[in-house]
Design a protein. Structure first.
Length: 303
């Protein structure tokens, strides 16, 4: 079997067995085409199964190096291409008994996930107060206002907010118990504005029992994150906000605005529920002017 035939068989398997999306198939197909074209030049002939089974880590490193140096491809793209090659070679190992020696001890390019962009305080307040205005239903408008006010006011992940039940509704002065990643619990303070927005929504629902989901979809089920994301997407287009204005950006804005106002990084770490301080450092961003102001105010030798 030629390399091209093996590529076609793998893509067909991805489509039928793994239900890969058309976009994934197109990307992986292009990645494998790049790799097989490189091997034809590198080995002096179109690779067959025997040649693919005899590849070494040095061959993959040569491919990645060419993509970086000659083609100027960044780490993220090369990491995706390596993921495609790994999947391809493992598929051949299972189907044809090849030993994927090329994968032994091979590490891909390090990809640093980009930090989400924060909204300005004015933009974040507008989202919290006005995003519900795009809904035709008054109840759904109150729901979206309550949800986005909660995300920005308490720094919650969208999944954490949607996991709450009515009996866990936020109340100012008592703190909100949040179940985060790994089922870890933390307590976050609640602003009066958050309590008021959620209370208005629950009143419009007629005072539901404690065991019901706090946020409901139009059909009465627990609200799907995709619905909340779509609601904010519709609002940001009407309001002229950047594409980075997402529910997750409200959480990032919460942390960034606290840090910009002089908040302690360790305390923000606890509020966000991050296991590592390095995650919080990547997650938050403050402009250089505010950092300099904080330094001047806090450092004993700043004057």
């Amino acid at each position: 079997m030629t390399g091209a035939g093996a590529r076609a068989a793998w893509l067909d398997w991805l489509a039928r067995e793994r239900r890969a999306s058309p976009r994934t198939l197109a990307a992986y197909g292009a990645d494998l085409a790049d790799f097989l074209g490189f091997l034809a030049r590198h080995l002096g002939a179109e690779p067959d199964l025997a040649a693919l089974g005899a590849l070494r880590p040095a061959d993959l490193r040569a491919f990645l190096a060419e993509r970086a140096v000659k083609d100027g491809v960044g780490n993220a793209t090369r990491a995706r291409q390596l993921a495609a090659i790994r999947g391809f070679l493992r598929f051949l190992a299972k189907r044809h008994g090849l030993t994927p020696l090329a994968l032994a001890g091979l590490r891909g390019p390090r990809v640093r996930p980009p930090a989400p962009r924060a909204l300005t305080p004015e933009q974040a307040r507008d989202v919290a107060a006005e995003a519900g205005s795009v809904e035709n239903s008054a109840l759904l408008a109150l729901r979206d206002t309550a949800l986005f006010t909660l995300l920005y006011g308490c720094g919650l992940r969208i999944s954490e907010a949607l996991d709450l039940d009515v009996g866990e509704a936020p109340r100012a002065g008592t703190g909100l118990k949040v179940r985060g990643k790994g089922d870890k619990e933390r307590i976050v303070p609640v602003l009066p504005a958050v309590e008021a927005a959620v209370a208005a929504y629950l009143r419009a629902r007629g005072g539901p029992p404690p065991g019901q989901p706090l946020f409901l979809g139009a059909r009465g089920d627990r609200l799907d994150p995709a619905v909340a994301q779509r609601a904010l997407r519709n609002y940001r287009r009407l309001a002229g906000l950047p594409e980075s204005a997402t529910p997750h950006a409200l959480r990032h804005s919460f942390a960034t605005h606290l840090l910009g106002a002089g908040g302690d990084l360790r305390a923000i770490q606890e509020l966000l529920g991050h296991a590592s301080l390095s995650t919080t450092q990547r997650y938050t961003s403050v402009d250089a002017v505010r950092l300099l102001e904080t330094w001047r105010k806090a450092h004993p030798r700043a004057e």
